[in-house]
Every structure is written in structure tokens, then in C-alpha cells.
Design a protein around this ligand. Structure first.
Ligand code: NAP
Length: 540
């Protein structure tokens, strides 16, 4: 049987961090590659999320790529937590520096991807019906890219302005003097609320579940600090690559059994709180994820801070979470709790009543009405599997990926899926929960080496056996069960749990990487390879 020549060796979907990193890896390996991107520019999440206050929650020195020596030259962040504009600019600079923009076709919405068993080729089809064939299919669609649509009854009857944070308009949205409703108090809502409060006439925040919001303590990076960051660039990213969550942070050696004096516990938590952001999670008690005692102390500490910051006791109580810290991903705030001290900000509890809409604003199911000029929805995402389930991806025997995952989420280390040959996911489900740029660097490095192995040995197809994926799946579950929030995260509807199983790996970046490394070191012995003309090889 003659094998058709594909249009490209590889097709990448998405031009965010992971898509750009993928294009670099593929072109370095001498492959022809095409990238389809739904937006009109690079950036992915950082292209779409241009809402007021959008910035990273990871620190500028760790929210960076490290795949080639000159990448450091593209690092020019000016704040501890770079803004959306800066991050998008960074991604664009990287893409331009490595001449990757020419491989990207913007404004292109991919609707399906089908594998041909006879030819070992994928056919990627866009919304206009145009089909492109390739040997390697690299969905780099992001873990948080499909926003939840507002489910509110009566939405169509509402006459005011409605915005989704995740697809904020490019043109200026005039908020000045308006009565604004914000629905959602996750990391997105927490960034929007203090910004909007500065200019709106009134802000009404609709909160279903409170979050433990950590103070970001953002600042401008001056030339001296920028110099230091660049000098330490490699070391910082090396350190981040072995940190369980991909951050350049240190264990403190402190645990509940070692630090028992009230004043020492306080000092440890004060130190993390004052340093700001995720340092409260990772540089206070090393057992926050596993010790009920440490976690309870850290949770109570934040509740006390909320009560100290927010002047109105009733509002402060509503803002206090009562589930274990980390059951939801803690947002990084910039004067979030302080915003509730403004006379124009009001918190409305919707934990026991549903939001509906009417002509003039929001009506709760108990009849309470709030007249507003604008509604901002920050409702979160169909995380992990959403983007790939939305595209009609079909592997062997016309099997649908969305349907497979609806039954059981199966991957090997968040990269491969049984019965979906030659599909390499970047930042798909089952990757470690943590700082994405660091994780995807490692992931794409492994994918690059695997593809190189296939190219050098003329292997037409890679498949991961179901039992290998099952072992990984069991390990993902085991790592999640080892956290103290495995049940409470489900109870509070954390986005990193899908249905009943974890969408992400909580065993740490290094452990995850060891599964990939082991496979590479054993010359991919668990994988099944097939030569282009269908002759099966056990392994090389
Ligand atoms: P999220 O954490 O899932 O928060 C969504 C919010 O909307 C929650 O408060 C949720 O309430 C509420 N909500 C959803 N449906 C609702 C309904 N029908 N009625 C009332 N409230 C409703 O989503 P997110 O804020 O977009 O953040 C998701 C993740 O994206 C973050 O955890 C983070 O990893 C990432 N992110 C990162 C940054 C950054 O790095 N700077 C910024 C933004 C987002 P419940 O809690 O009750 O469900």
C-alpha cells in the first residue's frame, strides 16, 4: 500500500506557551509544522484573558521558558507578576525570535482531527472545511481554555452589557460610573473586582463559594533586580523544575510535628503571608498538603487576616472559607479583601440561591433583585479535558476522544492516549498541577526526543498500551488520595477534579518527569511502534 505524503510532518493546535514551545521543538528536529490558532495573535490564554487586572499568579522569574540559551534575552518582565500584555508580548517575542510566526495560521478554528489507520496520518479540519494532513498531531490547546457559558435563566432578556472575562473585548470597555455585577470569585474574579471597583459607580459581587485569597504583594522590577534575575535564569528554572509545583521555592523543613509552639507557628505563617503569593503555600509548612493540623492552622490564619482586613464583620464572615485550604486553587489577590471596605462594593451570597437574570439585572431565586448596567462573568472553565473534547478527535476504530474520556480519563503522563496513535498532547489532562511554562518545557522536550527516535528509526506509529495508561492513571489517583483535600476538593467543586477523578497529577513535577524519563531511558520499551507499512515491532 502506498503511503500518502502528508501536508506537514506535524500540526499543532494553539499558539499559546505550549504551541510556541512545540513549534520550536518540531522545527529544531527538522520537521515541517503548521499551527492553527483560533485567536488573531499568539498568546493562548494570554491572548483571550485581557480583562482588567489580568496578570500572572506565578513570579516573573519562574513564569518563563528555558529551552534554548538565548531565551533569556527575551525575558523583559517589569513586574513581579507580569500583566497580560507583558506575558503576551513575551510569547510574541519568543515566536518572532525563533521565526515561528510563519508557521502559524491565525483566526482558524479546528473542529475535527481524525486518524487514518491505513496511512498513519491525521487529518485536521477547520471550521471552513479545509483539511490538512500530518503524521504527528500536537494539540496544545491549554488546560483552561474553554470557558463555562453563563447558564443563567433569563440571560437573553437582560438589556445591559454582558462580558465574559475569558473573551474580554479588545476595544476599551467603559466601566466608569456604571453599576457592575461580577459573578465568580475564583482567581479571575479576584483580579477583576478591585480594578473595576476603582471606576464603577457600584460593584456587586455574587459569591457562591469563598476562596482563600493570598496577598500578591506585586512590585516593579528595577534594573538591578532584572540583572540578577537574568544572571540566575538557568539556576532559577532548574530549581523550579524539581519543585513539586514547578516554582522556584524552597522547602522550609517545618512540619506540624516539628513546630508546635504557638509563636513559632505564627512566625512561620506570617513569613509566608508577608512574602506574598504562593510563598504562603510552599514556604511555610511543608506538610500543608498532607497534615490536617498544619492545614487547619494555615486556614484559620487566613480567616483571621480576612477579619482583620474587612471592616464589616458580616462581609468578613461571608468571605471566610470553612473548607481546608488548598481544596480549591488559592487565587493571588491584589488588594482583594481591601476592596470590600470601599463604599461602592457589596458582597452578595449566592450559596443557597441561584442567579437568574431579568431585563434590568440579576434576580435571585428568592426574589431579591439587583439592577445593574453591566454583568461580568468569571465562571471558570471546563478544565483539563474541555478543549480536546470540544474538537471531534477520533483515533483507531473511529473512537471519539471526548466519549472515551467521558467514560474514563486515560492518558500516559498527560502526553499519550491509548488508541490515539501519534497524538502528543501538551498541557492536556493528567499533567502535574503547577507552574505551566516549566511543566510544558519538560513535556515538549520528551515529545521532541520521542519523535526524533521515531524519525531516526523510521517508525510510523507510536501507541501507548492501555495497561501502561492504566498504571499511570492509578498513580494519578493514588497521588491525589495522598492529599488531605481529595474529598473536600470534590465537595467544593474544585476545577482540578473532573467528575469524580483528578484531572491533574498531584505527585509533583519530578515524579511525573521520572515516568517520562524512565520510558526514554528504556528506549520507549512500554510503547508499541509500527513501521510505516504496517509491520509491527516489539521494540527496538
Ligand atoms: P474558577 O476558579 O473556577 O472560579 C469560577 C468562579 O465562578 C467560582 O467562584 C464559582 O463558584 C463561580 N461560578 C461558576 N458558576 C457559577 C454560577 N452558576 N453561579 C454563581 N457562581 C458561579 O475560575 P477562574 O477564576 O477563571 O480561575 C480558574 C483557574 O484559572 C485558576 O484557578 C487559575 O489556575 C487560572 N487563572 C490563573 C490566573 C493567573 O495566573 N493570574 C488568573 C485567572 C485564572 P464556585 O466556587 O461555587 O464553583
Amino acid at each position: 500500500m502506498a503511503v500518502s505524503k502528508p501536508d506537514y510532518d506535524a500540526v499543532v493546535i494553539g499558539a499559546g506557551f505550549s504551541g510556541i514551545r512545540s513549534l520550536w521543538e518540531l522545527t529544531q528536529n527538522g520537521l515541517t509544522a503548521k499551527c492553527f490558532e483560533a485567536g488573531s495573535d499568539v498568546g493562548g490564554a494570554w491572548y483571550w484573558n485581557r480583562y482588567p487586572g489580568a496578570r500572572t499568579d506565578s513570579e516573573a522569574w519562574a513564569y518563563a521558558l528555558n529551552f534554548a540559551p538565548e531565551v533569556v534575552d527575551q525575558w523583559k518582565y517589569s513586574e513581579r507578576y507580569p500583566s497580560q500584555q507583558e506575558v503576551q508580548g513575551y510569547i510574541r517575542r519568543i515566536a518572532a525570535h525563533y521565526d515561528l510566526l510563519r508557521h502559524i495560521q491565525f483566526d482558524t478554528h479546528v473542529v475535527s482531527a481524525r486518524f487514518s489507520e491505513k496511512e498513519n496520518l491525521w487529518t485536521i479540519t477547520d471550521k471552513t472545511g479545509k483539511a490538512t494532513t500530518c503524521r504527528y498531531f500536537i494539540p496544545a490547546t491549554g488546560p483552561l481554555s474553554i470557558a463555562k457559558k453563563p447558564p443563567f435563566l433569563g440571560l437573553d432578556s437582560y438589556k445591559g452589557e454582558v462580558y465574559q472575562a475569558s473573551s474580554w473585548p479588545k476595544q476599551n470597555v467603559d466601566i466608569r460610573g456604571k453599576r457592575v455585577a461580577v459573578i465568580g470569585t475564583g482567581a479571575t474574579g479576584v483580579q477583576i473586582i478591585p480594578k473595576v471597583a476603582r471606576v464603577a459607580k457600584q460593584v456587586i459581587v455574587f459569591q457562591r463559594t469563598p476562596n482563600y485569597v493570598l496577598p500578591g504583594r506585586n512590585y516593579f522590577i528595577d534594573d538591578h533586580e532584572a540583572d540578577e534575575i537574568k544572571q540566575k535564569y538557568d539556576d532559577t528554572l532548574k530549581k523550579a523544575s524539581v519543585h513539586p509545583f514547578g516554582l522556584a521555592m524552597d522547602f522550609t523543613g517545618k512540619t506540624a510535628d516539628k513546630v508546635t509552639e504557638e509563636k513559632d507557628i505564627r512566625q512561620t505563617l506570617d513569613s509566608g503571608w508577608e512574602t506574598g503569593g504562593f510563598h504562603y503555600m510552599f514556604e511555610t509548612f511543608d506538610d500543608l498538603f498532607t497534615s490536617a493540623e498544619s492545614n487547619a492552622n494555615a486556614s484559620e490564619y487566613i480567616r483571621q487576616k480576612i477579619r482583620a482586613i474587612v471592616r464589616d464583620p458580616e462581609t468578613a464572615e461571608l468571605l471566610c472559607p470553612h473548607y481546608p485550604f488548598l481544596s480549591k486553587r488559592p487565587p493571588c489577590g491584589h488588594f482583594y479583601y481591601e476592596a470590600y471596605n470601599r463604599p461602592n462594593v457589596r458582597l452578595v451570597d449566592v450559596s443557597k440561591r441561584r442567579i437568574e437574570m431579568y431585563e434590568k439585572g440579576i434576580r435571585l431565586t428568592d426574589g431579591e433583585e439587583h439592577e445593574v448596567d453591566m454583568i461580568i462573568c468569571a465562571l471558570g472553565y471546563d478544565a483539563g479535558i474541555g478543549a480536546l473534547s470540544e474538537i471531534d478527535v477520533r483515533g483507531l476504530n473511529n473512537q471519539s476522544l471526548g466519549e472515551l474520556w467521558a467514560r474514563k480519563l486515560q492518558t500516559f503522563a498527560g502526553v499519550l492516549v491509548p488508541e490515539f496513535p501519534n497524538m502528543f498532547m501538551v498541557c492536556g489532562p493528567h499533567i502535574p498541577f503547577g507552574n505551566m511554562p516549566v511543566i510544558l518545557d519538560a513535556q515538549m522536550d520528551w515529545i521532541g526526543k520521542t519523535i526524533r527516535h521515531m524519525e531516526e528509526n523510521k517508525l510510523g506509529r507510536i501507541e501507548v498500551p492501555e495497561k501502561t495508561a492504566d498504571s499511570w492513571g492509578d498513580h494519578v489517583e493514588e497521588a491525589f488520595q495522598a492529599t488531605l483535600f481529595s474529598q473536600s476538593a470534590k465537595d467544593v467543586g474544585a476545577w482540578f477534579v473532573g467528575g469524580n477523578s483528578p484531572l491533574f497529577y498531584f505527585g509533583g513535577v519530578a515524579n511525573w518527569a521520572s515516568w517520562l524519563d524512565k520510558e526514554k531511558e528504556a528506549t520507549w520499551s512500554e510503547m508499541q511502534f509500527t513501521q510505516p507499512r504496517g509491520k509491527a515491532l516489539n521494540h527496538l
